[in-house]
Design a protein around this ligand. Structure first.
Ligand code: FES
Ligand code: FES
Length: 227
């Protein structure tokens, strides 16, 4: 390879050649592009100002503004979570697990697989167990949402299922435990005296990587006896 091929500086490029007509054309193109960009910026500023003006003029419409931007879906929801009305901004495609954990700071609800397989994210909607990773928050807006944080009594006593899990040494690493508890509570609300097989079936949507299935089952049966 010759040294000439290694030259990469300006001297390796041919001299630019313009005639007057071309220069005039380039100058006019630059000017029109500049004008175009200025126009876009100006029109954006006008649109923003108009939005602010409309929002400011009609306070009752303020909550509707984000909804229009999201394609007509109301984003500002009031959710009934653990008996409290919680106001929260929710994206149209947001899952309940995301809302609970990252908007409402209720991190007792765990995310394992995030695709409806493990049960770590189980919560109750109107007393029925649901995977919150596979439930859109918008679908739960008219339901009573209960998470593991909402189970203890007002005086701070653990729910009988929580106490039974402790007594039966249910949790090993504990990651799946909130989901196991929520499934057990939902079962006992629907069927306070389940057989062991009924309990096993009701808990079958909750996987435990530690393999503590018998301990959890013993906990459910103990909680049923205590109730
Ligand atoms: S995280 Fe929801 S089922 Fe696994
Ligand atoms: S106790 Fe560890 S995953 Fe269930």
């Amino acid at each position: 390879m010759s040294d000439k091929n290694l030259v990469t500086g300006p001297e390796s490029f041919p001299e630019p050649r313009f005639d007057d007509g071309a220069l005039t054309q380039v100058a006019s193109t630059k000017a029109s592009r500049r004008q175009f960009i200025k126009g876009v910026i100006a029109s954006g500023a006008v649109a923003s100002s108009a939005a602010v003006f409309l929002t400011a003029c009609e306070p009752g419409e303020q909550a509707a503004a984000p909804a229009a931007a999201a394609g007509g879906v109301e984003r500002l929801l009031t959710l009934n979570v653990n008996g409290q009305m919680r106001r929260v901004d929710v994206l149209p495609n947001e899952t309940l697990a995301m809302t609970l954990r990252y908007k409402l700071n209720l991190t007792g609800t765990k995310l394992g697989c995030d695709r409806g397989e493990c049960g770590a994210c189980t919560v109750m909607l109107d007393d029925i167990a649901h995977y919150s990773c596979s439930t859109l928050t918008h679908a739960a807006k008219n339901m009573a949402i209960t998470t593991v944080e909402g189970l203890e009594s007002e005086s701070g006593e653990l729910h009988p299922v929580q106490q039974a899990m402790i007594d039966e040494l249910g949790p090993q690493c504990g990651f799946c435990t909130p989901g196991q508890i929520m499934s057990a509570v939902a079962l006992l609300r629907a069927n306070p005296n389940p057989t062991r097989d009924e309990a096993r079936l009701a808990m079958s949507g909750n996987l435990c990587r530690c393999g503590a299935y018998d301990n959890y089952l013993n906990s459910v049966m103990r909680a049923a006896e205590m109730a």
